[in-house]
Design a protein around this ligand. Structure first.
Ligand code: NAP
Length: 285
């Protein structure tokens, strides 16, 4: 029977480690500080922002929150980002997406200092990931690597297929697996023979955005499956991109939805905040 990868437990372990790290930083006079900016009142964004604030409180990270009106102009948001970029006491800047239509998300991502880009969305950080330099990695794919490592999955030399090539999820996941010395195949909506390409994978990472798309026909026996997708079905039940019941007899390990990749995203944001504070202050600890 397949083993479920417990993202909640792994996330709590990492949060415990971060809490200890932040306590040590505080004794050296450094408190990591995250600035969280929300524009408008999108209900989902409000929940995400609340979860981020709670995680900061749990770990001991200071935070500032900015709730800007829906009609905020791009220039007003850029002015705030520039101000936060200059503040020495702010180590991480997060602008909750999506933004209202009068604001160009790319302009905003570019305006955030790459050294405070705790979401890892800035092209400089994507470039650092692609060239193997140290930088900030998008939180969800960074969480995938931690899930694999904490579960004792060997990545080096394994064949990995990533389905999905979005800038924030699929592409960085593939680059991270490459950095860990997997042999990586990236698939997308134009891929021919998707089933065959998935069936070669020792580690299959699904970031497609289609509920229960991946079934037993895509799985090699014994594969480790990471399901990044998250969908709310009728009746409010959550599911992933993988039809878990259908693949359970074939896989060796799989992340459940909910409780797999999801809990890791905010935790990796916290890890990025701690890292940003260390880099910006020169703390070696
Ligand atoms: P996205 O931007 O919509 O990208 C989806 C990717 O899947 C695209 O690259 C697309 O190919 C590919 N794709 C779509 N249909 C396909 C098909 N039939 N065959 C092969 N590839 C196909 O989505 P995303 O932002 O990467 O997110 C993916 C999923 O992860 C979503 O369910 C999202 O909700 C979830 N997610 C979860 C978390 C979390 O914390 N758990 C965080 C972020 C995202 P093309 O590039 O050719 O269009």
């Amino acid at each position: 029977m397949a083993q479920l990868i417990d993202g909640k437990a792994i996330s709590q372990t990492i949060r415990g480690e971060l809490t200890e790290e932040v306590a040590r930083m505080k004794t050296a006079g450094i408190t990591p500080k995250l600035a969280v900016v929300q524009v408008g009142e999108d209900p989902a964004s409000t929940i995400y922002v609340r979860n981020k604030k709670r995680a900061c409180e749990q770990i001991g990270i200071d935070y500032l929150t900015y709730n800007l009106a829906e009609e905020t102009s791009e220039q007003e948001l850029l002015d705030l980002i520039n101000q936060l970029n200059r503040r020495e006491d702010v180590h991480g800047i997060l602008v909750q997406l999506p933004l209202p239509k009068q604001i160009n998300e790319k302009d905003i991502i570019l305006a955030i200092s790459p050294d405070k880009d705790v979401d890892g969305f800035h092209p400089v950080n994507m470039g650092r990931l692609a060239t193997g330099e140290d930088g900030f990695v998008s939180c969800t794919p960074a969480g995938v690597i931690e899930l694999l490592k904490y579960s004792g999955v060997e990545i080096d030399g394994k064949s990995c297929t990533v389905v999905g090539r979005s800038n924030n999820v699929g592409k960085p996941a593939a680059l991270l697996m490459l950095r860990e010395n997997a042999t990586v195949t990236i698939c997308h909506s134009h891929t021919k023979d998707l089933k065959e390409k998935c069936k070669t994978a020792d580690i299959l990472i699904c970031a497609i955005g289609k509920p229960k798309f991946i079934n037993h026909e895509y799985i090699k026996k014994g594969a480790v499956v990471i399901d990044i997708g998250i969908h709310r079905l009728e009746g409010k039940k959550l599911c992933g991109d993988v039809d878990r019941e259908d693949v359970m007899d074939l896989v060796s390990m799989i992340t459940p939805v909910p409780g797999g990749v999801g809990p890791m995203t905010v935790t990796m944001l916290m890890a990025n905040c701690v890292k940003a504070a260390k880099r910006l202050t020169g703390y070696k600890g």
